[in-house]
Design a protein. Structure first.
Length: 232
């Protein structure tokens, strides 16, 4: 998909709108990460919450997936309030599952994984923001790589249980999702450029859609780095 500037718009005006809305999308993502972190801490300091999350871990994961699918299906038809609600519900649920993982991996692993995620995500977000070329054609290959990563992960989980394979999957995950970060930032820029003269409702929807995309990239980088701290 090739994006072009609106015919009758001043390029400087469009650039300002794109920069502001892209920044807002990043801020929404930041609020989501903060919500997840606060939920994680609350669960760690509340044994009942933590036990509930551990006992229903797979169910919570399925609900998370359902929320993402619902958000994607209704992103242009649901109200902005509903979209924001789904975004924060997902962030809260993810905080509960991460609290369980923090017990498994330990706080030190989480700290280093978080620092690594910030470094990788930040670097590639900047790359995606400044590069001029349209990168959306890369999405097909990246999605294929993610599917292959999931399949191999499941095979390793149920049949091989190999620490070496787990490390390789972690490394590939970091590579795939950091590239995805650059592609997604580039895609959000393109969508905002094409919709820069639309009303605020459309632009705010794009902010939220972009925020969820970037949130997922951040979390997937984090989980990939966390694989390196697996305790066998």
């Amino acid at each position: 998909m090739n994006y072009s500037m609106p015919v009758n718009a001043e390029q400087s005006v469009v650039s300002q709108v794109v920069a502001r809305k892209l920044r807002n999308s990043m801020l929404w993502m930041g609020w989501g990460i903060l919500t997840t972190f606060v939920t994680l801490l609350a669960a760690l300091f509340n044994p009942q919450w933590l036990n509930m999350a551990a006992s229903n871990y797979n169910i919570i994961l399925l609900i998370e997936l359902g929320v993402v699918i619902l958000f994607s299906a209704r992103q242009m038809s649901a109200s902005l309030t509903a979209l924001k609600g789904m975004f924060f519900i997902y962030s809260i649920l993810n905080g509960l599952t991460l609290a369980v993982l923090s017990v498994v991996y330990g706080s030190t692993a989480f700290f280093y994984a978080f620092l690594g995620t910030v470094a990788f995500f930040g670097t590639f977000a900047i790359i995606g923001g400044v590069i001029k070329k349209d990168l959306t054609s890369w999405s097909t290959y990246l999605i294929g790589a993610v599917i292959a990563l999931i399949v191999v992960s499941l095979l390793n989980m149920f049949f091989f249980n190999s620490g070496l394979v787990n490390l390789a999957l972690g490394g590939l995950g970091v590579i795939i999702f950091t590239i995805f970060t650059a592609v997604d930032v580039n895609r959000i820029k393109g969508i905002l450029t094409a919709a820069a003269l639309e009303d605020d409702d459309v632009l705010e929807r794009i902010e939220l859609i972009g925020a969820l995309m970037l949130y997922l990239d951040f979390i997937n980088i984090f989980l990939s780095i966390l694989r390196f701290f697996r305790r066998d």
